[in-house]
Design a protein around this ligand. Structure first.
Ligand SMILES: Cc1cc2nc3c(=O)[nH]c(=O)nc-3n(C[C@H](O)[C@H](O)[C@H](O)COP(=O)(O)O)c2cc1C
Length: 402
C-alpha cells in the first residue's frame, strides 16, 4: 500500500537536495561551504545525501497527543508550524517502535503499517515548506507505561491502558514508576527487529533522516549505563557488552535505511552520576557507531538516575558536542539551553558542533529561524502567504524539489 505512496512522494517533492557525502559518516558536514571562512548558522550542511539549507533543527519533543500510536492533527499543526517557521530539519518526538516501548499510552508510534499514512501527510507538509523531516525512533524501556506529564508522570495501571514495561533489569526508575520485567536474552533480537521494521515504515513515510534515541534513561541508554545494566549475559557487564544493543540496533536500521539518508544517534553524554556512563564512554561509543554508519551524534545528557547532579546553564551540553566532534571525528549536534540566535551562531562558527537543536525555545517561538536570520542579517525564504510582512528582499519559499 504505502510503497505506492512512496513513489508519489518522490514525484511530489523531487530528489533529495545536493548529495556530496554518501557514506562518508558525516565528514562532509564539516566541509566548509566557503573554504576561507568558518561555517555559520545559516550555511547549509551535508550528511550523506541530505543538505538542510541551514543548521537550526527542531529537537524531538513528546507531545503525548496520540491514541494507539497514531499521529493526529496536533502533530501536523505542531510540526508543521515549526516548518513554516523556517526550521531546516524538523524531527518528530520519540516515536515508539513497539506499543510497550511507548513512554505513555499517548505516545506517537510507528509499530504498525497503519501509522504510516498520517506521518506521510506530515512529511509532505514539511517538505512543502522547504524543510527536511526527521524521525526519532525510540523504546522507552523501564520508563514506559507512565502518565503524561500534565497527569502526574507516575505508573499507569494495566486496567487503565498501561502495561508492564521491559528493561535490562527489574529496578524501577523511581518509586512511582512501574516495576519493569527484565528482558530475556533471546527477546532482545525482537526489539532490534522492531527498530528495523520501524525504519522501513519511516522510509516509506518519506522521512529524510532518522535518529535513534539512545539517551534520557530509555532502553538503549539503560543498556549502555552500568547503573541500570547489571546483566550477566552478552548484553551486560563490559563496555563491549553494554554497547551491543546500540550497535545491533544501528546495524539493523542501517540495513534498511537508504544509503543516501543520514542516521543520527542521540546519546546522554554523561549520567551526571559518579560511576555512571561518562563522557569518555560517550566518545568511545561515538567512534564505534561511526564505523557502523551513524552520521551524527546528538549530544544530550542525563535522565537515567534520580541522583543525577546536572550543572545547568546556557549551552551546558555544548562541551560534550565539541569534545565528541573533536575526539571521535564525527559530526555532532548541540542541544540544551540554546535560546538566542547569537549563541547558536557562535556554536557553529567556533566549530563546537555542526548543527544546533532547539526544543523549548521553538515552543516559545516557532518562527525562531526566521527571527534569527533577521537578527544575524541573513535572508531565509518566507512562505509566499506571509511575504507581505517579510523583511525587504526576503525570497519566496520553495517546496523541497521545486
Ligand atoms: C516538551 C518536551 C518534550 C521532549 N521530548 C523529547 C523526546 O521525545 N525525545 C528527546 O530526545 N528529547 C525530548 N525532549 C528534550 C529536548 O529534545 C531537548 O533535548 C531538551 O529540552 C533541551 O533542549 P532545550 O533547552 O532547547 O529545551 C523534550 C523536551 C521538551 C521540552
Amino acid at each position: 500500500m504505502y510503497a505506492r505512496r512512496r513513489l508519489a512522494r518522490r514525484g511530489d517533492t523531487g530528489a533529495a537536495p545536493v548529495s556530496s557525502g554518501a557514506g562518508d559518516n558525516g565528514e562532509s558536514a564539516r566541509n566548509r561551504t566557503r573554504p576561507d571562512q568558518m561555517p555559520s548558522l545559516f550555511d547549509p550542511f551535508t550528511t550523506r545525501g541530505l543538505t538542510p539549507p541551514h543548521r537550526i533543527v527542531v529537537s524531538p519533543m513528546c507531545e503525548y497527543s496520540s491514541v494507539d500510536g497514531f499521529a493526529t492533527d496536533w502533530h501536523l499543526v505542531h510540526l508543521g508550524s515549526r516548518a513554516v517557521g523556517g526550521a531546516a530539519l524538523v524531527i518528530t518526538e520519540a516515536t515508539a517502535v513497539t506499543a510497550e516501548g511507548r513512554i505513555s499510552p499517548n505516545d506517537l508510534g510507528i509499530y504498525t503499517d497503519a501509522h504510516v499514512e498520517m506521518l506521510h501527510r506530515i512529511v509532505r507538509f514539511i517538505h512543502g515548506q522547504g524543510g527536511a523531516a526527521g524521525m526519532q525512533l525510540a523504546h522507552a524501556g523501564r520508563k514506559g507505561s507512565t502518565a503524561r506529564p500534565w497527569e502526574g508522570h507516575s505508573a499507569v495501571p494495566e486496567a487503565e491502558g498501561g502495561w508492564i514495561p521491559v528493561g535490562p533489569g527489574h529496578e524501577p526508575f523511581s518509586e512511582t514508576y512501574p516495576v519493569p520485567r527484565a528482558l530475556e536474552t533471546d527477546e532482545i533480537g525482537g526489539i532490534v527487529d522492531a527498530f528495523r521494521d520501524a525504519a522501513i515504515r519511516a522510509r516509506d513515510a518519506g522521512f529524510d533522516m532518522l535518529e535513534l534515541h539512545g539517551a534520557h534513561g530509555y532502553l538503549i541508554h539503560e543498556f549502555l549505563s552500568p547503573i541500570t545494566n547489571k546483566r550477566t549475559d552478552r548484553y551486560g557487564g563490559s563496555f563491549e557488552n553494554r554497547i551491543r544493543l546500540c550497535l545491533e540496533t544501528t546495524d539493523a536500521v542501517r540495513e534498511v535505511w537508504p544509503e543516501q539518508s543520514p542516521l543520527w544517534l542521540r546519546i546522554s553524554a554523561t549520567d551526571w552520576v559518579p560511576g555512571g556512563w561518562d563522557v569518555d564512554d560517550a566518545v568511545e561509543l561515538s567512534r564505534r557507531v561511526r564505523e557502523h554508519g551513524v552520521d551524527l551524534i546528538d549530544c544530550s545528557s542525563g535522565g537515567l538516575a534520580l541522583n543525577q547532579q546536572i550543572r545547568l546553564g546556557p549551552g551546558y551540553q555544548v562541551p560534550f558536542a565539541e569534545r565528541i566532534r573533536r575526539e571521535a571525528h564525527i559530526a555532532t549536534g548541540a542541544v540544551g539551553l540554546i535560546t538566542t540566535a547569537q549563541q547558536a551562531d557562535e556554536i557553529i562558527r567556533q566549530e563546537k558542533a555542526d548543527c544546533v537543536l532547539l526544543a523549548r525555545e521553538m515552543l516559545r517561538d516557532p518562527y525562531f529561524p526566521l527571527h534569527a536570520a533577521q537578527q544575524l542579517g541573513g535572508k531565509l525564504p518566507w512562505p509566499a502567504q506571509y511575504l507581505r510582512v517579510a523583511p525587504d528582499g526576503a525570497p519566496r519559499r520553495q517546496s523541497r524539489g521545486d
